[in-house]
Structures are given as structure tokens and as C-alpha cells.
Design a protein around this ligand. Structure first.
Ligand code: ADP
Length: 497
């Protein structure tokens, strides 16, 4: 059953009960008041008749010491006749409660008469032959006799009025219920409109229309529910978009990965096949083996780099205070033997928070890229600037530069602007992706400025104090122990070669 119908049904039941009880109470109250009034009048009348009887008894001739039964009958009959218009009936009984006179139609049992005595006046409401009467009884003392006078007053009208009241009220209630049901139907459907809108919105969303929002039609709790539903839908839509993007990026990554694997694998398989199926002279054998070795090495370097990216993305940086001097000393030592380029290391003294080995990896990658992009003998500037709340590194070259439309893409895994040039330099398009992951867990990002033909500048800022929220969302899925194990395994593999 629909919720609006349930509300309607409840309201109709409540209204019917309220109308029924109030109507019954009202009609009955009017009836009881009228009956009480009639009882009062009947008792008053009884007193007046007793008095009239006693007065009439005074005119009985003095020769009688005791009032004879015939006189009693006569007086009672006269009293009854005098009130014939009011439909009043009388009955009188002697001391032994034997009936001396009873009006025509005075047809009741003697129960009330038995209860009446000199000190007790009695009354009861009785039904006789479809009519209602107030039956009263009282003792009358006249001429040395104690007699019992009973009256019957017709009050059928009061009962008829009650029956009419009930029937009229039933009709009014029926009409009020019909009109009320129509009004309440509108009210219940108005009240449940937000629920219908929300149900529709839920259906649209489950059918895949995540951009659909429910219209807010009230400011009450249901309005609040609509607002909450819409904000939930907003979050859901954003999450779905994010997941779709991630899925797309993962698919692209798998495609690129497979593509990058293909070239060295084709070379390895081709040369290995040549070695096993042809008789080659020594020079050809060495050349083939060499190709297999270098392509294998390239594959190994690619897999290690991928592992680095995965590990960097999962771990949390173990931040320590690092002095700029120690980093620049390391870089100077590392590139001292490289005479192909003109290196300049210029830096402010200062400290920042970082995991030193990871930051060295970033800087070495950036400097290596700068070397690969530059002509032999070209200048490469590695600079460090102390900032108010951190430290900025910048690696600048005067090499080939990067076209504007490529700048956003080069940090994607396996992306190379010039593939053949990158492969010649043993590149696989993974260096910058690793830098980005490392900087992310340091709460930083890579800034790239470049002009084709003029050179490029890669920079990033490390903070001297880092708030928790600035650290990248590194999960705890891989513990530090795991990372050490992976790095150890990697080193072992390298040493074996
Ligand atoms: P790799 O160097 O292994 O190819 P990277 O992720 O480090 O991979 O770089 C991706 C691509 O970005 C490079 O192939 C190159 O085309 C471009 N690139 C990176 N650094 C520079 C630079 N300093 N100057 C010009 N191009 C660059």
C-alpha cells in the first residue's frame, strides 16, 4: 500500500473516531439533560398531586372518620381528568398496597410501589408498549389513611429526539467523512510529494543518471532529507567520475606498459632465435648476445623504476630535517666526473623536511633529464632558494625544451615527447612519474616551465614544517619493513648482474 494511502487511512480512522465519539457524547448529553429536566418535573407534579389529593380530602363529609375507598377512587379519577391534556396517568393503592384506582393504560409492575413508603419518594424510567414514561411513587396521608399515589408521565418525545439526533449526526458525519477524505487525500499527497520526488531520483540514479538531482519542495525534515540525498548524489557522482578516470588511467597505463615491453622483447626474441637457429660467426654471436643483454637490462631498469613508483605511491615519507648543504654536496660529488656538461650549483643555506634519499632521487632524475635534453657542453643550473616557510629547488637547462601541449603529459608513466630520442638515452618515460609520486608524499608538486628551443626549468618546494594534510595520501598497505625488503631484493638483483 502506498505511503500516502496509509497516511490517508490513518487520518480517516482518527477523524471517524473523533467525530463518532464527540457526536455520541453531544447527543447523549442533550438527552440526559432533557430527561433530568423531565424527571424533575415529574417529581414536582407528583408533589402537587399529593397536595391536591390531601386538599380534596378535606371536603369529605364529617360523618366519615376514615376516608372510604370510593371517595379515594373518585378524587384520584378527578385529578387524572384534570391533567388529561398532559397525557398523565394516575394509580392509587391502599395501606396494603392493593390498587384502588388505576388510570386507563397504567400498566406497570409493582416493583416501584413495593419500594415506596411514607418516608421514601421513588421514581423510575420505564418502557411500555413502545413508549417511555417516568413512573413516580409517593405516600399520601388523608383522613386517617396512608395511601400510595403513583404517576406516569409520557417522555417518549425525549427518546425520539435522541434517536433523531443520532440519525442526523450519522448523516452529517458521513458527509463530513467524505469531504474530509477528499481534503486529506490532497494533504497526504502534498506531504508525501518529497518522498515521490526522492523515489524518482533514486530510480534515475540507479538507471545510471548520476547527474540527476531531486527538487527540494519543502523546508522541513523531508526537505533536509532531499538536501542530504543531493549532497550524497554529488559525492557519489564525483567518486564515480574519479573511479572512471582512474580506470581509464590504469587502462592507458597497461596499454603503454605492454607497448613498452613489446620493443625490447621483440629484439630479445629475434636475436635469441637467430642464435639458436643459425650458425653465426663469433662477431655476429657477440653482437646478438649484446643486443639481448642491453634490451634485457632496459627491461630490468623499467621494472625497477615501476617498482619504485609503486613503492613511493604506497609509503609514507619518513620526514627529517635536512640541510640544503648536504644535498648540494652530494649532487656536486655525483656530477664532478661528468665533463660533458657545465654544471652550476648555487644555493642558499637552509633546512627543510624530507626523506633525503627520495629527494636525492628526484633531483638526480631532473638533472639526468636536463643532460639528456641538452647539447654536449651546455649549461645546467641547479639552484636552491630559502623561502619563509620552506625551500625551493630548481633544475634549469638550455636544451631542446618541451612543446606547451606536451608539458601536462610528460609526468604520465611511459610518456616520452620524442620516443626514439628517449629510448636512445635508455629512457622509458618513468622518471618524472616517479618524481611526482615522491613529491606527492612530501606534500609538494612538480612545477614545469619550458620553451621549445630555449630550455626548461623543473622546480619544487619542500616545507620546513609540514601539516598532516599536506602529506600525500600514502596508504599503510606496505609497511616500512616491506619496503626495505623490496629495496634489498632489488639491490641483490642488480649486484647479481
Ligand atoms: P625518460 O627520461 O626516462 O624518458 P621521464 O619521465 O624522465 O622519462 O621524462 C619523460 C619525457 O619528458 C622525456 O622522454 C622527455 O621527452 C621529456 N623531458 C623530461 N625532462 C625534459 C627536459 N629537461 N627537457 C626536455 N624534455 C624533457
Amino acid at each position: 500500500m502506498k505511503f500516502s494511502f496509509k497516511i490517508l487511512l490513518c487520518m480517516v480512522i482518527v477523524m471517524a473516531l473523533a467525530l463518532g465519539f464527540s457526536g455520541y457524547y453531544f447527543v447523549n448529553y442533550v438527552f440526559e439533560t432533557s430527561l433530568e429536566r423531565e424527571v424533575g418535573q415529574a417529581l414536582d407534579e407528583n408533589s402537587i398531586l399529593s397536595f391536591a389529593f390531601e386538599t380534596a380530602a378535606l371536603s369529605v363529609p364529617a360523618k366519615y372518620n376514615v376516608m372510604p375507598d370510593t371517595t379515594v377512587e373518585e378524587i384520584t379519577s378527578n385529578l387524572e381528568k384534570s391533567g388529561q391534556d398532559s397525557g398523565r396517568l394516575l394509580r392509587i393503592s391502599d395501606e396494603e398496597k392493593n390498587i384502588l384506582y388505576a388510570g386507563d393504560g397504567f400498566d406497570v409492575d409493582d416493583e416501584l410501589l413495593a419500594q415506596t413508603d411514607e418516608s421514601v419518594k421513588t421514581y423510575q424510567v420505564i418502557e411500555s408498549k413502545g413508549k417511555y414514561y417516568i413512573h413516580t411513587g409517593t405516600a399520601v396521608t388523608a383522613l386517617n389513611r396512608v395511601l400510595y399515589l403513583e404517576t406516569m408521565r409520557d417522555v417518549s418525545e425525549v427518546f425520539e429526539e435522541r434517536a433523531m439526533g443520532f440519525s442526523l449526526y450519522r448523516r452529517v458525519m458521513f458527509i463530513m467523512l467524505i469531504v474530509g477524505t477528499v481534503i486529506m487525500h490532497f494533504i497526504s499527497s502534498l506531504l508525501t510529494k518529497p518522498i515521490r520526488i526522492l523515489t524518482n531520483a533514486t530510480k534515475r540514479m540507479s538507471a545510471g543518471d548520476y547527474s540527476y538531482r531531486a527538487e527540494q519542495v519543502s523546508r522541513d525534515e523531508l526537505g533536509q532529507l532531499t538536501r542530504d540525498f543531493n549532497s550524497m548524489a554529488e559525492t557519489l557522482e564525483q567518486n564515480i567520475e574519479r573511479l572512471e578516470e582512474e580506470l581509464k588511467a590504469r587502462e592507458e597505463f597497461m596499454g603503454d606498459f605492454a607497448h613498452e615491453l613489446k620493443t625490447p622483447l621483440t629484439a630479445i626474441i629475434g636475436y635469441a632465435d637467430m642464435l639458436r637457429s643459425h650458425r653465426l660467426d663469433e662477431e655476429q654471436s657477440i653482437m646478438s648476445s649484446n643486443y639481448i643483454y642491453t634490451e634485457g637490462k632496459r627491461l630490468e631498469a623499467m621494472s625497477l623504476r615501476l617498482l619504485d613508483i609503486i613503492v613511493a605511491g604506497k609509503k609514507e615519507a619518513q620526514l627529517q630535517k635536512v640541510s640544503a648543504e648536504s644535498v648540494f654536496d652530494y649532487l656536486k660529488d655525483m656530477y664532478a666526473a661528468n665533463k660533458n656538461m657545465r654544471f652550476s650549483f648555487d644555493y642558499d643555506k637552509g633546512e627543510f623536511l624530507a626523506e633525503i634519499n627520495l629527494i636525492k632521487t628526484v633531483l638526480v632524475n631532473l638533472i639526468d633529464n636536463a643532460c639528456k635534453a641538452s647539447e654536449s657542453g651546455s649549461k645546467i643550473e641547479v639552484n636552491g632558494y630559502a623561502l619563509d616557510d620552506g625551500y625551493r629547488f630548481a633544475v634549469k637547462d638550455y636544451g631542446i625544451g618541451i612543446p606547451k601541449e606536451e608539458i601536462n603529459k610528460i609526468t604520465k608513466a611511459f610518456y616520452m615527447v620524442d620516443k626514439s630520442r628517449a629510448r636512445k638515452n635508455n629512457g622509458a618515460g618513468l622518471g618524472l612519474a616517479l618524481c611526482v609520486e615522491i613529491l606527492k608524499i612530501h606534500g609538494s608538486e612538480l612545477e614545469i616551465e619550458s620553451e621549445p628551443g630555449s630550455g626548461s626549468c623543473f622546480g619544487f618546494v619542500l616545507k620546513s614544517s609540514i601539516a598532516d594534510k599536506d602529506i600525500g595520501e600514502a596508504g599503510n598497505e606496505i609497511s616500512d619493513k616491506d619496503i626495505t625488503k623490496i629495496i634489498e631484493e632489488k639491490e641483490e638483483n642488480t649486484n647479481e648482474d
